[in-house]
Design a protein around this ligand. Structure first.
Ligand code: FAD
Length: 608
């Protein structure tokens, strides 16, 4: 009952703007329960109670009838229970543990998080097989959710069956791993095998804190491993260790036919390539991943500062200086993370480094801070500068992190494990509603002396509209040759190889849900901010009309998404899709093959 009301509230939302070409609109209702149309509750073909009971037995009692905690707010928006739910929405561990929620609650005009009807809370590969077979046989809309961090809303769908991997999180560290079928072909190497529902914080604990090794994952500690690897994946130190997907050695994956396949360089190499950046939720349900590990450097560290320029002219000079400084001193494997250009002539620096000690890091930045100090009338250091190097091994140790004021926040639920911490900087993203999000890879050619001026002009012009941030660890130019070579073997758009950074411009609002009085998303602000983001990014697109991006951190509304996310790799990805999922059991917004399906993933289109 509650769930139905929640769905009705969601149904009052404006329709998702249509980015599909007119000739490929959904055909009016093909018969539900055929290969071209999925069934919903209430359709005669919807599985009987006895069929659901059978599935529940097949998965050892782990079938859940999904209820969203937000249903309490539909019943009583002013209640203390609802207030408590909204407080909890800012805890990413709470969100991750709720089968009916996602980390982002929606994106204005794009999508709203909707609970599935049923979920298999999988613990084993057999559970996943049973769910895949059940969905295929009964023509259900199938969704897979791990960490639940998709910005694009691809780990939730109304009227669906969900495979929820949260409880599959075993982690095994290997000294000498050889892929199945690769015996005699590849040398044993240190690695870690991770079940699909693990989050990066758990992996860093096992690999770095416990075993003293490094594994390339994402920055946010609560992002899921399987989702990040399949979307390419970048972490703070990707300028050294490359894309996370490139470190995949082997995956176990349940394909649409219910087969459990091992994918690696020697077995199902096509599928192996596709899941390295081809996008989650498109090729099958991944159950296990084995990732290469690396020697740990001695030090990690970070540099933070905020600088205000006194005038537009001073800000232009500051932008020019920071570009030159980046290209001369930071454009190398030691440095990653962000330089942001904000309206009001503000520059925010939040960079990280590896392999340098305190003295070396300070020496690197001295010329930049000396330059600033020489013009006190033009520049004010509003915060910092903080330059901090620390031993690498405790870098992700929650006990160590808790000692640094303001760095991490804890899961505040009674009885929560002390290891459940998250970066304070990720707080705003917990339960957020996105207002806009766009990104673009910036080629390293823009750092050449004769192009720096035009790059600076574009960043200045963009910052008149909205903040834009260079994520210097999300482009591989400047990385070691082996990291670039490994990324070339992934399905990610090759533009990543020559990009020195991914430029991101985004805005979000606090937790909100359409149809909930007192908790509605602020649509006016959202529209204004989306427009400002668009104007900011247009300034950069004047320089780079056709630049790509990667799907995980990009625009829901991107019209040319196939080109933008995969470029020349798209045709090959579609061929892999046709080999392993010809009927499109796995479909997500702007995923490979999704152009053949209606926006809601329920109706196969006549033409594509
Ligand atoms: C706060 C925040 C911080 C982020 N930081 C980074 C970052 O530092 N670096 C970076 O690269 N990205 C980052 N991202 C993007 C993130 O990596 C992607 O959204 C990623 O896909 C999330 O994975 P997930 O498992 O948490 O999400 P989910 O929403 O559960 O899954 C994402 C997609 O993968 C699919 N999927 C999940 N598990 C499986 C599986 N087992 N088998 C098949 N498909 C599966 C889902 O169906 C969905 O389509 C961030 C996102 C957020 C919200």
């Amino acid at each position: 009952m509650n769930r139905r009301r929640l769905l009705r509230a969601g149904a009052a939302l404006p329709l998702i703007p249509d980015s599909w070409p007119s000739w490929s609109r959904p055909v009016p209702a093909a018969a539900a329960g055929s290969a071209s149309s999925r069934v919903r509750p209430g359709d005669p073909e919807w599985p009987s109670a006895a069929s659901w009971d059978q599935l529940n037995r097949d998965v050892g009692g782990r079938l859940i009838r999904v209820e969203s905690p937000l249903a309490a707010c539909i019943e009583a928006p002013e209640s203390a229970t609802c207030a408590h739910v909204f407080d909890s929405l800012q805890n990413p561990y709470y969100l991750g543990d709720e089968v009916g929620l996602t980390q982002t609650l929606g994106w204005v005009d794009a999508w709203t998080s909707r609970p599935s009807v049923y979920a298999v809370a999988a613990r084993t590969t057999d559970d996943v097989v049973a769910a895949v077979n059940f969905a295929r046989e009964h023509h259900l809309r199938l969704v897979v959710k791990g960490g639940g961090h998709s910005y694009q809303g691809t780990s939730n769908a109304a009227d669906s069956l969900l495979i929820w991997t949260r409880r599959m999180n075993a982690i095994t560290v290997h000294d000498a791993f050889v892929g199945t079928g690769c015996e005699g072909q590849s040398a044993p190497q240190p690695a870690v095998t991770v079940e699909a529902g693990a989050i990066w914080g758990q992996v860093y604990d096992a690999v770095t804190t416990q075993a003293g090794r490094y594994v390339q994952g994402g920055g946010c500690l609560t992002v899921g491993v399987a989702g990040l690897i399949q979307s390419g994946g970048f972490g703070s130190f990707s300028k050294t260790y490359g894309m996370a997907a490139a470190s995949l050695l082997e995956a176990e994956i349940v394909t649409a036919d219910g087969a459990v396949r091992i994918a690696n360089a020697c077995t199902h190499a096509d599928l192996f390539w596709a899941i390295k950046g081809g996008g989650g939720g498109s090729f099958g349900a991944v159950t296990k991943l084995t990732l290469q590990t690396h020697d740990l450097p001695e030090f990690f560290g970070a540099v933070f500062t905020t600088i205000e320029a006194a005038s537009d002219d001073a800000f232009r000079r500051l932008i020019g200086q920071v570009i030159t400084f980046y290209s001369e001193a930071l454009f190398n494997p030691h440095w990653g993370e962000q330089i942001a250009f904000r309206p009001g002539n503000v520059l925010d620096i939040a960079m990280v480094f590896q392999g340098l000690d305190q003295q070396q890091a300070e020496a690197t930045w001295r010329p930049f801070f000396d330059w600033l100090a020489a013009s006190p009338q033009d520049f004010r250091i509003a915060s910092g500068p903080t330059v901090l190097a620390a031993p690498a091994r405790p870098f992700w140790d929650p006990e160590f992190l808790a000692q640094v004021p303001g760095l991490v926040l804890a899961d505040d639920r009674p009885g929560a494990p002390e290891t459940n911490v998250f970066w304070a900087s990720n707080l705003e993203e917990a339960g957020q509603v996105l207002h806009g999000y766009q990104s673009a890879w910036l080629p390293a050619a823009l750092l050449q002396e004769n192009r720096q001026q035009s790059l600076g002009d574009a960043l200045f012009a963009a910052s008149r509209h909205w903040s834009v941030s260079l994520h210097t660890n999300k482009g591989l130019a400047g990385a070691p040759a082996d990291a670039i070579a490994a990324a070339r073997e992934t399905a990610t758009h090759p533009a990543v190889l020559d990009a020195f950074a991914l430029l991101i411009s985004a805005a979000e609002g606090p937790p909100a849900y359409p149809g909930l009085p007192g908790h509605e998303p602020d649509r006016t602000t959202a529209h204004n901010q989306a427009k400002a983001i668009d104007s900011a990014m247009q300034e950069v697109r004047k320089l780079l009309p056709n630049t790509g991006s990667y799907l995980a951190e990009s625009d829901f509304f991107a019209a040319a998404w196939r080109d933008a996310f995969w470029g020349p790799n798209y045709a090959r990805l579609l061929a892999v899709k046709d080999t392993y999922d010809p009927d499109g059991l796995f479909v997500v917004h702007h995923g490979v093959g999704s152009e053949r399906w209606s926006d809601d993933g329920f109706t196969r289109l006549e033409r594509c």
